[in-house]
Design a protein around this ligand. Structure first.
Ligand code: 6PG
Length: 239
């Protein structure tokens, strides 16, 4: 694992840096393998990045879009990560509908939805159960509590090692989430973290020793590149 920590002066610079890095890795993937895959994160930080992606001139038919986690709501719900990315980016570019792979949130039982998405990922990447496909880029945010995707502190999702997708739990609310081992299979994982409220968790996550079940972002140790893109407000007194 190649770990890079970069501190940018403010959130706008963080977004511009993440845009450059994402474009570089996606264009490399397309050049090398003819296709590129990216998993999007939710929350508020990445929205301006998605808006900037909508302005790019990419071979959209060669790009496949996934989400690293999803709130268990319909796509038209204000909390939907899919809805946010479609509005900010995907509805504005000519990407084939078949290249967009949202996490399904219409089954009454989230565990069934997790199984459905697991099967879709296995189909798209032509892997068998127990095999972990390699996405080119996985974007992640980090909550003030140190969670990432929907891998929340002290939840069962943190222990799942033999699946790509599992059910997360935020204060009793169901989520769907990539598992830590699936995220760690990626070629390039990029955390986008902004704001002073992230400092306490970042301190624990960058510490030599700390409890990963309390700070789940510590579980993200990809076989490929790991980038932490921080704004100054988040990084102060941490790095
Ligand atoms: C989600 C995200 C979540 C998010 C963090 C940080 O569904 O909410 O995937 O993991 O990235 O909570 O959110 P902010 O970027 O809003 O700080």
């Amino acid at each position: 694992m190649i770990k890079n920590i970069e501190v940018l002066p403010d959130k706008a610079a963080l977004v511009q840096r993440s845009l450059a890095l994402v474009l570089e890795r996606l264009q490399d993937a397309i050049a090398e393998r003819g296709m590129a895959s990216i998993a999007l994160s939710g929350g508020s930080t990445p929205k301006p990045l998605y808006e900037a992606m909508a302005e790019q001139d990419l071979p959209w038919d060669k790009l496949h879009i996934f989400w690293g986690d999803e709130r268990y709501v319909p796509a038209d719900h204000p909390d939907s990560n899919e809805g946010m990315a479609r509005t900010a980016w995907l509805n504005k570019v000519p990407i084939p509908a078949a290249n967009i792979h949202p996490m399904p949130t219409y089954e009454s039982d989230p565990a069934i939805a997790a199984d459905q998405h697991e099967q879709e990922l296995q189909q798209v990447f032509q892997v068998q159960t127990g095999e972990f496909p390699t996405l080119d880029v996985i974007l992640l945010g980090m909550g003030d509590d140190g969670h990432t995707a929907s891998l929340f502190p002290h939840t069962e999702a943190l222990q799942v090692r033999d699946r790509l997708v599992t059910v997360g739990n935020k204060d009793g609310q169901p989520r769907l989430t990539f598992t830590a081992p699936f995220i760690n299979q990626a070629r390039c994982v990029i955390f986008l973290v902004a704001g002073a409220s992230k400092r306490p968790a970042l301190t624990q996550i960058f510490a030599p020793e700390a409890d990963s079940t309390s700070y789940p972002s510590r579980l993200i140790q990809p076989q490929g590149e790991l980038w932490w893109l921080l704004d100054q407000a988040a990084a102060e007194e941490v790095v």
